[in-house]
Design a protein around this ligand. Structure first.
Ligand SMILES: [Zn+2]
Length: 314
C-alpha cells in the first residue's frame, strides 16, 4: 500500500500556507502559499485554498483523503463554522469544512485552532518530537497556546482548551481580600484581567519596556539583556518569571514538564528562561524539573499540525 499523503493548510490574516507530508515518516513533500487581500470575500479564500490543495497534491504526486485546516478563532466543532476570529473577520459565520471541501469534491475537512495545530506540529516533527506530552506557547501580539497529552491534541469537550494566554496570573483587585491597584493595562480584550498575554506577549513586553524607560525594540532589548547585568536583564527576568507563572499552572494541572516557546518574542527565550525556571523551581509541587525550549518549525508548524489532524480517527 502506498504511503498515506497528508495535506495541511494554515489560514492567516493575509495568506494561506500549506504543505504535503508523508504519514509514515513525516517527510515534507511540498509547500505552498496563497496570499490574499485583507478584505477578500470568504468564497475567494475557499477557492484559493482548494487550488493550493490541488497544487500540493500535484507536486507531491498523490492525493489526500482528508484535509486539515488551522485557523485563528473559535469554532463550532461539528460544522467547522467560525464563531469568532479577530484576524479573519470575513470568515465568521462560514463553515471552513464546507467551504474548503466543496472545491475538493466534497472531501472531509478537519478544522482546528491555529495555536493548537502549531502545538500538534511541533510535537510531531519539531522541538517536541521526543516528548509524548508538551505545551506550546507562541509569544506574539497575543499569547497562543496548545497542549498535547500522550501524543493527542488536548482540546477539551468544547474544543476550546489550551488558551494558556488567557489564564489569569495577576488577579483583579477584589477589595476585601486583595486590595491592590487596578492596572488598566492588565484588562484583557477577552473580558478578563491579568491574563498571561497581558504580561508576556510581544506587545506586553514592549509596553513594559516603555514603562521602565527602556528601548521597546524587542531584539535590541534582548541583546542588551544578554550583554550586561542592567535594567534590560532585570526586565527580561521579571517577564520570564511571569511566563513561569503561566507554565506553572500547566505543570500543576497536567503534569507537563516540557514547554516549547515560539512566536516573534520567543527569540528572546534565552534571556526569559532564567526567570521562568526560577519561578517554576519556587512553585514546584512534587513534580520533576521542567524544560523550556525554542520552537523549531517556525511558520511551518501550523500546516504540519493541520496535516497531522487528518490522521485522527475520532
Ligand atoms: Zn484574556
Amino acid at each position: 500500500m502506498a504511503d498515506q499523503l497528508l495535506i495541511g493548510l494554515d489560514f492567516g490574516g493575509m495568506s494561506i500556507k500549506g504543505g504535503a507530508v508523508s504519514a509514515s515518516d513525516g517527510k515534507i513533500l511540498a509547500r505552498g502559499l496563497r496570499p490574499f487581500a485583507p478584505d477578500v470575500a470568504a468564497a475567494e479564500i475557499f477557492t484559493r485554498a482548494a487550488e493550493l490543495v490541488l497544487e500540493l497534491e500535484s507536486a507531491a504526486g498523490g492525493s489526500a483523503e482528508r484535509i486539515g485546516v488551522g485557523c485563528a478563532g473559535l469554532f463550532d466543532r461539528p460544522t467547522g463554522t467560525v464563531l469568532a476570529s479577530a484576524n479573519m473577520p470575513n470568515l465568521v459565520g462560514e463553515s471552513l469544512s464546507k467551504g474548503v471541501g466543496e472545491g475538493l469534491g466534497g472531501r472531509e475537512v478537519l478544522v482546528e485552532n491555529d495555536a493548537n495545530v502549531a502545538a500538534f506540529g511541533e510535537q510531531w516533527l519539531g522541538a517536541g518530537l521526543a516528548e509524548d506530552s508538551m505545551a506550546l506557547l507562541t509569544l506574539g501580539t497575543g499569547v497562543g497556546g496548545g497542549i498535547v497529552l500522550g501524543n493527542e491534541l488536548f482540546v477539551g469537550p468544547g474544543g476550546n482548551a489550551g488558551e494558556i494566554g488567557h489564564t489569569v496570573i495577576f488577579p483583579k483587585p477584589s477589595g476585601s481580600y486583595y486590595d491592590g491597584p487596578y492596572h488598566e493595562e492588565l484588562a484583557c480584550p477577552c473580558g478578563s484581567y491579568g491574563c498571561l498575554e497581558r504580561l508576556v506577549s510581544a506587545s506586553a513586553a514592549k509596553r513594559r519596556a516603555r514603562t521602565a524607560g527602556l528601548n521597546d525594540d524587542l531584539p535590541v532589548l534582548a541583546q542588551a539583556a544578554r550583554e550586561a547585568d542592567g535594567p534590560e536583564r532585570r526586565l527580561m527576568h521579571e517577564i520570564g518569571r511571569d511566563l513561569g507563572s503561566g507554565l506553572s499552572t500547566l505543570v500543576t494541572l497536567f503534569d507537563i514538564s516540557f514547554f516549547v516557546i515560539g512566536g516573534g518574542f520567543g527569540a528572546a527565550l534565552d534571556v526569559l528562561r532564567p526567570g521562568a525556571e526560577e519561578l517554576l523551581e519556587e512553585q514546584r509541587y512534587g513534580t520533576g524539573a521542567s524544560r523550556i525550549v525554542p520552537a523549531t518549525l517556525g511558520s511551518d508548524a501550523g500546516w504540519i499540525g493541520a496535516a497531522r489532524l487528518s490522521l485522527r480517527t475520532d
